[in-house]
Design a protein around this ligand. Sequence first.
Ligand code: KE4
Length: 427
Amino acid sequence: MFDKSKDLFNQSQRLIPGGVNSPVRAFRAVGGTPIFFEKGAGAYLWDVDGNRYIDYVGSWGPAILGHAHPDVVTAVQRAAVNGLSFGAPTAAEYAMAEQICALVPSIEQVRLVSSGTEATMSAIRLARGATGRKKLLKFEGCYHGHADSLLVKAGSGALTFGNPSSAGVPPEVAADTVVIAYHDLAALEATFTAIGKELACVIIEPIAGNMNFVKPSHAYMHRLRELCTTHGALLIFDEVMTGFRVGLGGAQAHFGITPDLTTLGKVIGGGMPVGAFGGKRDIMANMAPIGAVYQAGTLSGNPVAVAAGLKTLALIQQPGFYEELSATTTALCEKLSAAAAAAGCAFSAASLGGMFGVYFSANLPTNYAEVMQSDRDRFNRFFHGMLAKGVYLAPSAFEAGFVSKAHTAADIDATAQRASEVFATLV
Ligand code: KE4
């Protein structure tokens, strides 16, 4: 069933570290051999062995329209025949900036980059340049890409500065990053009381997707906004995953909060490499070449990637898009939960817009510690059972899942039916 994937994985490990170009793809969290895919269309993926899957990873969020949407492919083809990249301004980049600023009102000016990591790394440098402060606050379980200052885990004490979570990150770099528990109001208040005036910024996943799906309370998020304002720390909403995914206005629209800076990625590229960071005009004025904060990129805003992003942003604005996407995702969570309950399996699920999380625990986690208490072994068995039945979930118990506009009610019913069969093997 997976012979060609196994052969390719054996080969690729010779020339690519771990055989993959991004660690989560290696299936280390779930065990087994990573699947090599060769085609995607709509809600489906086909692997090199010809197996078809209903896909709930969607390239980790970009494929909100489904794979190879014909209008997006045509837009890419039309752009490509005129040249792949000029390293010079194009009208399309301005059109992209217009779309982002129109759809995310907190963004008055925006800079395009080529990945979410570039977006968050640049936003933090901008916050430090704009405030003249060094320290940043992030939250346990949130992932913001692999910039040095973000590969940091909590220090020994609640308020001590972070320690590197990766080799190669100098301790002195990690020392300026404070890491506290996500969605813990007491920890947040204590941190601001102690070092609020020293914080250049707070970066948060406003709805977490990298510890699995965790949506904090409105009260917590609004208090975070208040504390940042009071202490002069810039609030960065990392919406690389939630932007245009949980709703047209992202998580900031859901909470009714205006962050100082927002980072974007994934959906805005429609599967091509596009990231962005933006915010208030007076903050963005610090960016080179008009300001002193340097940031650059050879392929930033390249016409082919922007063409994919522009067409994607146009299509997600169609009337009823998010109502239908949300209904499909809600139905998936409800049907999976019903199937688990019928099998007597402790399970819970939650979603917002086209993003969801499933947990092998009876109660929905509200923070990292609770997520860590879910049954990872059962998830891994569920993952492989579903994979064998042609359903591709994120290969980790600590990742969110994604539904596309291309997923139909029949796909959701098929997924639930196959899940019923797998749940029965778990209890
Ligand atoms: P990229 O550099 O991978 O484009 O974006 C980094 C990033 C930043 N912020 C958030 C909230 C993100 O979720 C991500 C990347 N997400 C992961 C999925 N958990 C990408 C998958 C991977 O690392 O291969």
